[in-house]
Design a protein around this ligand. Structure first.
Ligand code: GZL
Length: 310
């Protein structure tokens, strides 16, 4: 009866479910906090017997291999945080054929795979981009031809694609007069952000740059380091927008180096465990479950800093 209650002959037992978690990697403070949240929630939840954690090392091949291992081990459910949006159909079909439900955590996969996973718990990345765009159109409302530099996240990832889409949806939608000087991927890492900003500064005079839109804190902080090494004042010479809301990001804001922070919340482990138990138990769940998040301006950074959870 216990096995039936756990949804079939999979790895579950009377003492709880066995959940596989295929994580993107460990590229950012956001990601580390997300892994910590999922691990601790699973560990504290007596409905969960084991969380089998797989570090994808930002490599889709490693994620695919991990998913296939979990299918062979017949876990009760697989949670996938897909590093990129495409290339998942085959393995998702293999999980379906093995009667193992898949939940998406954080990032999404392409629309055509929608019937192959039970739900996605994560942020609305387009809305995050819209928030960043709205700040720019407001802050530079009276300017002519606002010059933008963009540091994009991992090529092909949902947050990079959607944070870009939302940002320009607002800038273009309002007929805002701007000039995108350059846009390159820093792969969501601090090193990537620093390297790309160094290249930007070799081909663009900071005097001609109004704002940097970085798709995550790490790349924004790396870019700030590159600016300071080049004698450019972040937050003064070049305004800076970052997305995530780590303590380091808020500290940079409190130090006047960041102008706007769009929050992306990684702390959703409890919500994820509830969803996994519901899905394995055959409960109906929404196809998309949003994570609550906000955005912060300069007058809020210092007060909010102590509240940051990572
Ligand atoms: C967004 C998440 C992104 C973060 C980055 O939900 O996928 O990946 O914004 C992380 O910091 O690398």
């Amino acid at each position: 009866l216990g096995l039936a209650a756990c949804g079939g002959d999979s790895g579950g037992s009377d003492d709880g479910l066995v959940i596989g978690f295929v994580q993107v990697g460990a590229e950012s403070a956001w990601r580390t906090a997300n892994s910590e949240s999922v691990r601790s929630s699973a560990g504290e939840d007596d409905r969960i017997a084991e969380l089998k954690f797989i570090d994808g090392q930002q490599d889709q091949a490693k994620q695919l291999e991990g998913m296939r291992n979990l299918i062979t081990q017949r876990v009760d459910a697989i949670v996938l945080a897909p590093v990129v949006e495409t290339g998942w159909t085959e393995v998702l079909e293999e999980a379906r054929d093995a009667d193992i439900p898949v939940l998406l955590a954080d990032r999404s996969v392409e629309q055509s795979d929608e019937d192959l996973y039970a739900t996605r718990l994560g942020s609305d990345f387009v809305e995050e981009g819209r928030k960043a765009g709205a700040w720019v159109t407001e802050e530079f409302a009276d300017a002519d031809g606002t010059a933008v530099l963009e540091l994009e996240g991992t090529v092909g990832s949902a947050p990079a694609n959607d944070r870009k889409a939302g940002f320009y949806e607002v800038l273009d939608g309002e007929g805002f007069d701007y000039d995108l000087l350059d846009s390159q991927s820093g792969d969501f890492t601090a090193e990537g952000g620093k390297e790309v900003m160094e290249v930007f500064l070799q081909s663009h005079d900071p005097e001609d740059v109004d704002v940097l839109y970085a798709h995550n804190d790490e790349m924004g902080l790396g870019a700030i380091q590159a600016m300071e090494e080049a004698g450019v004042e972040p937050g003064e010479d070049v305004r800076v927008i970052i997305v995530d809301g780590s303590a380091a990001g808020f500290q940079a804001g409190a130090d006047g180096k960041v102008d706007y922070i769009v929050e992306c919340n990684p702390v959703f482990g409890d919500q994820l465990m509830d969803l996994a138990v519901d899905v394995v138990g055959g409960e109906d769940v929404d196809k998309y479950v949003p994570v609550e998040e906000s955005a912060y301006g300069p007058d809020e950074f210092a007060d909010e800093l102590p509240n940051r959870q990572y």
